[in-house]
Ligand binder design. Structure first.
Ligand code: URP
Ligand code: ZN
Length: 463
């Protein structure tokens, strides 16, 4: 019997440190070694000649099986995980919601009941805190023991019952800071949005373009600055989920230079699209929050990835169908917010980042898997191709070009905001803990094969 179960031979192996032409050797679901010329001894050999071997992606921002604004996502925990795996992502950190009047731990248990029997990739959970009081804050140590070392706070969505006010957010940040946990925020100024929305609706301005106009740049900028100030006062780290406003990265850069643990995430749609999409006749399909911004903001986001200010590209996958997005479309205010994206993170990053010369492969890998794994307590088990890590891999063929269509994604989404784009980098193989789980788009795994990831405390990435 071979001492190597699987070898992926002859590929270009990428980590955040660099690239090398090597074989990846796998034993018992873990990476045994990365070296040249030893692969032929393996029980199973995959020839990766001419291909690029990447760490399996870590997507720290998915909303599988979610209900929002009276709509339900297409993806449940199973189908969402298949979509993510098809896109080369092997671990996600999804969300457990604290239901009003209930404990954080209850939210965690409830979400695990929904996920554990069905999930097909490895997953962790952030707990969304909606009710900050002495009891909930006292739960943080127990949650950290249960593997939850990050929390999410919404600075908007008041009428949806999600928003925390500044006092509550500061208390949460203090408690998280004491625990060494990380708070991530949806940063938008509720009061500006509410007033601008009311004003627009009173004038009958209901089209999709008013979604962006009623969430102006200052609504995002002010909330980001406030979140950073509160975190600094609390002595805590802060993660800005789904940053759209590239022009605001200068403030984060300055804060990081001062040593403040401030981290930005952006999403594929902010990197590839801009606010001209709201002028389309199907502009409602592009409604997400924060909204798409200007082409200049988009370029600033790419620059932020290249210089390490943006530490993660999360999908913010919220898979509402074309029908769900269109049902409320007579007004932007009733159009459900959110777009899918877990499946397209890699081809969009590769095509519009690496192929276009904005990023090197190692820079891409940092935001694709390595830094999110470190920041959210998954490293060294996840996020990189190194001996001892889980053998989670995504293999792409840089020569293969595919055209995205409304049929490209897994499941009945019914539209594609990237329709017509020609991309490279859709994985030809995805490997989870040493097993091939997707082969050219075909899912070969099973429901429930994913494991809950008990995460360590964050490692505040310095770049
Ligand atoms: O529009 C978005 N981003 N929908 C998903 C929920 C959230 O995080 O805002
Ligand atoms: Zn959000």
């Amino acid at each position: 019997m071979s001492d190597i179960d699987l070898a992926i031979i002859d590929g270009t192996v990428v980590t955040g440190e660099g690239t090398q032409h090597a074989d990846v050797l796998v034993k018992d679901g873990k990476i045994l070694a990365v070296e040249r010329g030893a692969g032929h001894r393996a029980g199973q050999v995959i020839d990766a000649g001419g291909k690029i071997v990447l760490p399996g992606g870590i997507d720290v921002h998915t909303h599988f099986l979610v209900g929002f604004m009276s709509k339900r996502s297409v993806y449940d925990m199973f189908s969402g995980s298949v979509a993510a795996l098809r896109g080369g992502t092997t671990s996600v950190v999804d969300f457990a919601l604290q239901r009003r009047g209930r404990s954080l731990m209850d939210g965690l248990r409830h979400r695990r009941t929904q996920a554990d029997p069905h999930v097909a990739l490895d997953y962790g959970l952030h707990v969304v805190v909606t009710d900050v009081n002495e009891q909930t804050l006292a739960e943080l140590p127990a949650l950290a023991d249960a593997g939850v070392t990050s929390f999410k706070a919404y600075m908007t969505y008041e009428k949806e019952g999600l928003m925390l006010d500044d006092g509550a957010l500061l208390s949460l940040l203090r408690a998280a800071g004491r625990e060494g946990a990380l708070v991530g925020v949806h940063a938008e100024n509720e009061k500006i949005i509410a007033r601008e929305t009311a004003r627009a609706l009173a004038k009958g301005e209901t089209g999709p373009r008013f979604h962006a106009l009623t969430r102006p740049p200052i609504a995002e900028a002010e909330a980001i600055r406030r979140a950073m100030s509160l975190a600094e006062a609390a002595g805590a780290g802060i993660y800005i989920f789904h940053m759209a406003l590239g022009r605001e990265l200068g403030n984060l850069r300055a804060a990081r230079k001062r040593g403040a643990p401030v981290f930005a995430e952006t999403c594929p749609h902010y990197l590839v699209l801009d606010d001209s999409s709201y002028e389309r006749s199907d502009g409602q399909l592009y409604v997400m929050s924060p909204p798409l911004r200007s082409p200049d903001d988009r370029e600033e986001l790419w620059a932020g990835i290249a210089d390490g200010t943006v530490v993660a590209v999360g999908s913010d996958d919220a898979s509402f169908s074309a029908r769900a997005k269109t049902e409320g479309a007579d007004s932007f205010a009733t159009t459900v917010n959110g777009v899918y994206g877990a499946e397209f993170r890699l081809p969009l990053l590769y095509t519009f980042g690496v192929e276009s010369g904005k990023l090197t492969l190692p820079q891409m890998v940092k935001v694709w898997s390595e830094w999110p794994a470190r920041l959210f307590g998954l490293a060294p088990q996840k996020g990189s191709i190194r001996p001892g890590a889980d053998a989670d891999l995504a293999i792409i063929d840089p020569a293969r070009v595919e055209r995205l269509t409304t049929q490209s994604h897994y499941g009945p989404i019914g539209y594609n905001i990237y329709d017509g784009m020609e991309v490279r980098g859709i994985p030809v193989l995805t490997i989870l803990r040493g097993n091939v789980v997707v082969d050219k788009g075909q899912f070969l795994g099973s429901a429930g094969q994913g494991r809950f990831l008990k995460r360590q405390r964050p490692d505040f990435v310095r770049s």
